[in-house]
Design a binder for this molecule. Sequence first.
Ligand code: BGP
Length: 473
Amino acid sequence: MSRFPEGFLWGGATAANQCEGGYNEGGRGLANVDVIPHGKDRFAVMLGDKKMFDFDNEHYYPAQTGIDMYHHYKEDIALFGEMGFKTYRLSIAWTRIFPNGDEAEPNEEGLKFYEDLFKECHKHGIEPLVTITHFDCPMYLIEKYGGWKNRKLISLYENLCNVIFRRYKGLVKYWLTFNEINMILHLPFMGAGLYFEEGENKEQAMYTAAHHELVASALATKIAHEVDPNNMVGCMLAAGETYPYSCNPKDVWKAAEANRDNYFFIDVQSRGAYPAYALLDLERKGIKIPFEDGDKEVLKKYTVDFISFSYYSSRCASADPKMETAGNVFASVKNPHLQASEWGWQIDPLGLRITLNNLYDRYQKPLFIVENGLGAKDTPDADGYVEDDYRIDYLREHVKAMGDAVELDGVELLGYTMWGCIDLVSASTGEMSKRYGFIYVDRDDEGNGTLKRSKKKSFDWYKKVIATNGEEL
Ligand code: BGP
């Protein structure tokens, strides 16, 4: 007997902007992610500090072509099917459905593209798990309205949801409203299409955008259930427990603060109200939440069905501001007990069990791990085969920890989708060489390569894991 429940959703995850490409095909409009360059200026643009609303000749823009899944999706889904995927997490590019974001009528070519893709999944026995927005906002909405700073985006997002829930009824059951919603506070342009004018109060802008996304997420849940009571809607958090660096109560408090600040979004999406600590903290900082009539009721009434999250690492906090840090987007105090990936992301499988326990304790709703994996440099042989034992080791330990949480702690877990199941463009660095996949894609950091797909050693390993429902690791 397996320690994982029957019907456990094993699979993999990708996002449109990191793999689809075809940025100007099928009537698609331009999105924020298309204009985020590789290399120089990437972070400044992702942060919203450098305004880049179009391409230039100085930079290379990896999202424009991704791994060209737009043209390869049948081949890629067949490979997922061969591994035995029960689910495939992908995201919809808003600009394929509404190229500008605010048209009266959707773009049929974009709608048809995803319809065909979902049908292809079902052909292979794969249940799609769809992120409605994964770091994705139409550029037109950013230029015209200022992205999610503007309340107008709520109704435009509602419109998008109405169209896709109706069109894909019967094809898609699992939906996620916003990928890593807490990323608004870390990478505001990438997360919510925010850029900042000189002297602008950034925190105010970010929490305004956050409020709009939270209301939009609740309304999406409402519409999803109205269109089809079978729909299951989840929120999505960049998770990872923050540990105190020591048992000094000051470190413990620092960690507690970091954890609740990270949980803030899910507190609203799952419990249905702004938590007291957040309201008080924002008030002290002079930040106003732009509540309008009815917002509180909407948040209260339409909470999510399940909680999904990404987990790459735990974090660490100390009251001493001079401590050495690790990681990039989520820089935190370096934990001396952990090893790190080549990109400095610390590796902590037990931290996954701890995170699962704390999330389940706090919300008492089913959980779904929708991202986890190791970004590493791979060296393929002449046939494109990679002996990626380091990736297998990372995944094995995390799957074990997840099994412990299910079997020994009683955590209710719906599934596990390994991030970047096929090599794709890294979100933080824009590199191809930070690879996660079971499937190697011949493409380099400058966009050269044949795009040929080949299986890595981990491909067969994961196939066996799925076939034995997590028994053989
Ligand atoms: C998450 C994002 C993904 C993904 C992943 C890995 O934050 O939701 O889009 O990219 O992290 O990060 P990276 O690509 O920077 O290695």
